[in-house]
Design a protein around this ligand. Sequence first.
Ligand code: FAD
Length: 332
Amino acid sequence: MLYKYCAERAIPHERLGKLIVATGVAETAKLDMLLKSAKDNGVDDLQMMEGSQAMEMEPELRCLKALLSPSTGIVDSHSFMLSLLADAENLGATTSYNTAVLSGRVGDEGLELHISESKELENHSIGSPVLPQIVLLPKLLINAAGLSAIPLAKRLDGLDQAFVPPAYYARGCYFTLSQTKSPFSHLIYPLPEDGGIGVHVTLDLNGLVKFGPDVEWLDGKMDDMSCFLNRFDYSVNPTRCSGFYSVIRKYFPNLKDGSLEPGYSGIRPKLSGPGQRPSDFVIQGEEVHGIPGLVNLFGIESPGLTSSLAIAEHIVSRSTARGRRQGAAHRS
Ligand SMILES: Cc1cc2nc3c(=O)[nH]c(=O)nc-3n(C[C@H](O)[C@H](O)[C@H](O)COP(=O)(O)OP(=O)(O)OC[C@H]3O[C@@H](n4cnc5c(N)ncnc54)[C@H](O)[C@@H]3O)c2cc1C
């Protein structure tokens, strides 16, 4: 869906292909498991290859075996988001920036949303209530608040809290390669690690090479308003790069000392904590929690951007089916 959309809207993208590599004997069985899992999920274009074949494709790579995903690619995410915004506005959407949903309520008349300008939140003291400036009565509320989706769902009065999972946050840092010429033409991924998909090689459309993201669990509790204001710490600690060298050299032994520079970081909204089995996206509608018109999206971490159009289609198809059922009920 994403490739088709990008082609139609002239959004810069490239189908580079990805190699997922096993560098130790114990890892080769995990590659087989990944291949099986991909097939079970309808991904049928992966190709298992011997290390020699993969190293012929990528002379700087060292591995025993590899899985090639030919359909993996990169996209200019900012152009993609601007295009989605333009589409939404052309269809009549209004965007309200610097505005926060503070809480909500499931009343007799349906959903009620309490909203305020973000600047009203800035000087609040923890625990004190923030008064809403606007109350909206939406027919459909899609809680896609990313890192704030769980704290916001906790503030929806009338939603059974048994349906709201615990929130975990994990920062992921990227380091960029200082050399200008990329050593690789494909994306190179090690096997997934606890909490992440492994420190991999990613290339952007300008040819910049980045390694990341690592996994740094954030244990400090964040109050809801700070979360809504996105006051997470996005700084990249340069000392973390020492851990990067050893991990990257397993598949890229020629990585030179001093060649990594701090890049940027992102924070993942996770549904599983350290050492727990990774969890999938959670999309909860009325059929789960019983509240008409409410859709909660929890744990939309990577590959949430890649999946965004499919997630949207999934939600729209459910909402329109519900609308049709209601229409039929009105008519009968
Ligand atoms: C390090 C890292 C690497 C990643 N790499 C990839 C990748 O390679 N491929 C991929 O597909 N995905 C990747 N992702 C995941 C991808 O970025 C996310 O899945 C995607 O951004 C989720 O989109 P979203 O709209 O659900 O949430 P977000 O993009 O987080 O948007 C949520 C929005 O809600 C707003 N908001 C929050 N609270 C409130 C409130 N109370 N009221 C009003 N608005 C509010 C926020 O300001 C924000 O604008 C990566 C993520 C990270 C952190």
